[in-house]
Design a protein around this ligand. Structure first.
Ligand SMILES: N[C@@H](CCC(=O)N[C@@H](CS)C(=O)NCC(=O)O)C(=O)O
Length: 200
C-alpha cells in the first residue's frame, strides 16, 4: 500500500464518528493533520464529499475517503501496526455495527430534541430512546466480548459511542450497564480518548 505524503482529517468538536477516526488513526500511529471545521458552513467540503459530512479524510490534497468505516479501513491499511479490523469475525463486525448504530440513534435523538417544538415528534424521540436503551442492554449482556482482548476497532467504536451517549443523551446507562461502565472508565483514560473528548 502506497504511503501518503499528506493526510488531512476534517473533524468537528462534537462529532462522534470523526472522534472514532481520530482515535483509530492515533492508535495506529498514523501522522495526520486534524482540522476541526464547522460542517454546517463548510461549502469547500462539497467538492470532496457531496454529503458535506465529517469525518472526511483527504489524501495528498486530492483523494477523499469517507465515511468513518472507509477511513478506519484506510488507516488500518497504511499502518505498520497489526490490523485492528474484525476480519472474518462477523460476530465482532456485528457488535461494531451495533455501536455505530447506537451512535447514529443518539445523533438523531440530539438533532430531534433541538428542533423547534412544533417540528418535534414525541413519538420519534420515544422510539430513539427505546432503541438506545434496548441496544445498551443487549451490549451489556455481551460486554465481555467487547471489553476483553487486545486493543481493536471494536473497543474504540464502543468507547466513543458510550461517551457520546453521556454527552448527548444521559449517563443513566452507567447504572444499567455496570460492566461497560467500569470498562469505559478505564479505556477512556487513553491519551487518544482524552485528546478527542467532545466539547462545544
Ligand atoms: N455515516 C457517517 C455519518 C457521518 C455524520 O453523520 N456526520 C455528522 C457529524 S457526526 C455530520 O457531518 N453532520 C452534518 C450534516 O449531516 O449536515 C460516518 O460514519 O462517517
Amino acid at each position: 500500500m502506497t504511503k501518503p505524503k499528506s493526510l488531512v482529517l476534517y473533524n468537528g468538536p462534537t462529532s462522534p464518528f470523526a472522534r472514532m477516526t481520530f482515535v483509530v488513526g492515533t492508535e495506529l500511529g498514523i501522522e495526520f493533520e486534524d482540522q476541526a471545521i464547522d460542517v454546517y458552513n463548510a461549502e469547500f467540503l462539497d467538492r470532496h464529499n457531496p454529503l458535506r459530512q465529517i469525518p472526511t479524510l483527504i489524501i495528498d490534497g486530492e483523494t477523499a475517503v469517507f465515511d468513518s468505516r472507509s477511513i478506519f479501513a484506510y488507516f488500518d491499511a497504511i499502518s505498520d501496526k497489526p490490523s485492528i479490523l474484525p476480519g472474518n469475525d462477523f460476530e465482532q463486525a456485528t457488535r461494531i455495527s451495533l455501536f455505530l448504530s447506537l451512535t447514529d440513534a443518539c445523533l438523531q435523538y440530539r438533532m430531534t430534541i433541538v428542533l423547534p417544538e412544533n417540528e418535534r415528534s414525541d413519538a420519534s424521540i420515544e422510539k430513539l430512546k427505546v432503541r438506545m436503551n434496548r441496544t445498551l442492554n443487549f451490549l451489556e449482556k455481551n460486554s465481555e466480548k467487547t471489553t476483553t482482548g487486545d486493543l481493536r476497532l471494536e473497543q474504540i467504536v464502543a468507547a466513543c459511542a458510550l461517551e457520546y451517549i453521556d454527552y448527548r443523551y444521559s449517563s443513566e446507562w452507567r447504572d444499567m450497564c455496570p460492566k461497560l461502565d467500569g470498562w469505559v472508565t478505564q479505556f477512556s483514560k487513553r491519551a487518544s480518548m482524552v485528546n478527542s473528548r467532545p466539547s462545544e
